[in-house]
Design a binder for this molecule. Sequence first.
Ligand SMILES: NC(=O)C1=CN([C@@H]2O[C@H](COP(=O)(O)OP(=O)(O)OC[C@H]3O[C@@H](n4cnc5c(N)ncnc54)[C@H](OP(=O)(O)O)[C@@H]3O)[C@@H](O)[C@H]2O)C=CC1
Ligand SMILES: Nc1nc(O)c(N)c(N[C@@H]2O[C@H](COP(=O)(O)O)[C@@H](O)[C@H]2O)n1
Length: 237
Amino acid sequence: MTPDESQPEYLIDALATRHRSATLTYAQSRDNKIAGPGGQMLPLSCPESMRMTHWMRYMHDAILVGVGTVSADDPQLNTRHLPLTSDKQRSPRPVVLDTLLVTSTGCRLLLNYRTSAGRQPLFYHSKDAPDDRREALSAAGAEMVAMPLLNGHISMHAVLDDLDQRGYHSVMIEGGAKIIASCLAAPNLLDRIIVTVSPSIVGQGIEVEDISCNGAYERSRSDLALGVDTISFYKPI
Ligand SMILES: NC(=O)C1=CN([C@@H]2O[C@H](COP(=O)(O)OP(=O)(O)OC[C@H]3O[C@@H](n4cnc5c(N)ncnc54)[C@H](OP(=O)(O)O)[C@@H]3O)[C@@H](O)[C@H]2O)C=CC1
Ligand SMILES: Nc1nc(O)c(N)c(N[C@@H]2O[C@H](COP(=O)(O)O)[C@@H](O)[C@H]2O)n1
């Protein structure tokens, strides 16, 4: 690590607790889009804010996405934009919520694990997921955890509790749209929300709720300008 590459001070509170802690974070356009038409991944973050996102990843024990994000983006969820992190253990443990285990065994998260380039992904799924999918993903390297469903979905609270018991106290939740909506709808789930707002206007695409209209969260500090982006910080009221 070079002297000017220390953890950003405004993110430190993410590690201030050893109790269960959840950060929801994502990047959106000025018109509230997190992806393009059909879920196409968009390069919304500028280099400076992307680096902040990778610092956030570094500062959390686990990083969670939904199966829609894995299918659309095939993400790696590591900290490769940080100079100090050739060590894969510096990246958070990847966690995927995949009710029926439809994730491809060829996805990058599993490929990186099999080639020792990433940590073992943890898949939360329904007890009713097909046996052959459970066996295939397990053989491809996934650790599997069956969960009871709540209103047809895996309970976010149950997942965070389970991760906490496994020693993953701080969890960074990156999306996508359905996971973000679930998090915002679940009472007392989130400790903070950090949104990167790009100046771009996307038009057609996948939209998320405007948090400033939500009523359950308030700004926890003033906006931060990073490159051409604006970072907004929220905490529960
Ligand atoms: N700009 C950004 O920062 C980011 C953008 N994205 C974008 O988001 C898009 C994907 O979003 P989306 O399609 O909504 O998919 P998600 O990644 O939100 O995954 C949603 C799926 O996860 C499963 N799931 C399990 N438990 C839950 C739960 N408690 N709440 C919600 N879902 C649950 C469901 O599967 P089932 O229906 O089988 O139960 C659901 O369909 C992509 O286009 C991606 O590019 C994603 C992350 C960040
Ligand atoms: N912070 C941020 N800015 C963007 O512009 C993005 N498109 C995203 N997307 C999220 O990052 C995942 C990709 O991660 P890797 O680069 O493969 O590690 C993607 O799946 C979204 O969760 N985020």
